[in-house]
Design a protein around this ligand. Structure first.
Ligand SMILES: Cc1cc2nc3c(=O)[nH]c(=O)nc-3n(C[C@H](O)[C@H](O)[C@H](O)COP(=O)(O)O)c2cc1C
Length: 361
């Protein structure tokens, strides 16, 4: 751990190291989005379009960044978002990410498209975990996965619903890159993703009695249906700009979802959240936690388990400083009054949260 502490003092150092470590195709798979990458950029642009309204002269000597997510106490309002083909980034894949999450004290969401698979990841380390499922089979196939997830002790199940069709990710096409997961997916299984509908969610809700999350909700209308079906957490996401292009920034989707959900479910969000200050903005807008996707990928590729733990430590430091300078000591004190609309200061892109990279630091 000490060596990761020395090697990585800034979040951007994970990006730099991952860039140097990963083969060209894998690097582009991680950073890329769909089509013209407008949604991807807009996620950052949305965050950059919010400034803070700090309050001063409040005692901020004791700051607490901890919270609870789906009943689990966590050290930070952060979860490790599901990433497919993590084994292409680090040999330990999801198991290494799960161990890091357990060591630090946040939740890991294991992608059904990542090795070493459902059971092995569940056994990988301490701490509750979430299993993320892409529905790529019939009712029997889904039931089997639910039973296996329950038997392996997963705390919650997440169904990703924004992948009805696989988008066109031009970087992957240009580099002729096929992830391990894609190589092992049969075309005929993908029809189940396209056919997935609310009646399937209703059935899954009946079968799965532990917390259920829907990931990829991007409108108040769909959040309302999810609440009516008894979903426990609405995960506002546009898949990190990797699915529908020309979508809205997830930070801009939050207000309508928060209003509609009105406390009936927890709200998770991801998409471009790369800094402690980004996390503070999401919490101020009513999210209970923030998923980090590419940041996890960079840290894992750069330094495995230690890297992911170190990445979370730096995020925690950034969030602590942000809260203190805003004049708050607990996450519950963040609200819309902390935020103000502002013009972004630079063009947004996948790595624009780290401007020193451009200067070659
Ligand atoms: C390389 C990569 C693979 C991903 N694989 C999955 C996946 O298997 N399942 C899923 O629900 N989302 C997947 N996502 C989306 C992430 O869970 C998350 O929504 C997104 O990365 C958040 O944006 P961020 O990368 O800007 O943090 C993937 C994202 C990336 C970057």
């Amino acid at each position: 751990m000490n060596s990761a502490r020395d090697d990585f003092r800034l979040l951007q150092e994970f990006v730099k190291s991952a860039r140097a470590t990963l083969p060209e195709g894998v690097w582009n798979y991680v950073i890329g989005g769909a089509d013209s990458e407008t949604t991807l950029r807009r996620n950052r642009q949305g965050l950059d379009s919010l400034a803070f309204r700090p309050r001063v002269l409040r005692d901020v000597s004791e700051i607490d960044c901890s919270t609870a997510v789906l009943g689990v106490d966590v050290r930070l309002p952060v979860l490790l978002a599901p990433i497919g083909s993590l084994q292409d980034l680090h040999p330990g894949g999801g198991a290494t990410a799960a161990r890091a999450a357990g060591q630090f004290g946040v939740l890991h969401m294991q992608s059904s498209a990542s090795a070493p698979g459902l059971e092995a990841t569940a056994r990988a380390g301490p701490g509750p975990k979430i299993f993320q499922l892409y529905v790529r089979g019939d009712e029997g196939w889904v039931s089997d996965h639910l039973q296996r997830a329950a038997a392996s002790g997963y705390h919650a199940l997440c169904i990703t619903v924004d992948l009805a069709l696989y988008s066109r990710r031009e970087r992957d096409i240009a580099k002729r890159h096929l992830t391990t997961a894609r190589r092992h997916t049969r075309r005929e299984d993908e029809i189940f993703l396209a056919r997935l509908s609310w009646s399937d969610i209703e059935r899954i809700r009946r079968e799965w009695t532990a917390p259920l999350i829907l990931k990829g909700i991007a409108t108040a209308e769909d959040a309302a249906i999810a609440c009516e079906l008894g979903v426990d957490a609405i995960y506002v996401s546009n898949h990190g700009g990797r699915q529908l292009d020309h979508g809205r920034a997830t930070i801009d989707i939050l207000p309508e979802v928060v209003e509609t959900v009105a406390g009936r479910a927890e709200i998770m969000v991801d998409g471009g959240f790369n800094r402690g200050s980004d996390i503070a903005k999401a919490i101020a807008r009513g999210a209970s936690c923030v998923g980090v996707g590419r940041l996890l990928a960079f840290a894992l590729a750069a330094a495995g388990q230690d890297g992911v733990v170190r990445m979370l430590e730096i995020l925690e430091t950034e969030l602590r400083v942000c809260l203190g300078l805003l004049g708050v000591t607990r996450l519950e004190q963040l609200n819309e009054s902390c935020l103000h609309a502002a013009a972004p200061v630079a063009p947004a892109h996948a790595l624009s949260a780290f401007p020193l990279l451009e200067e070659g630091y």
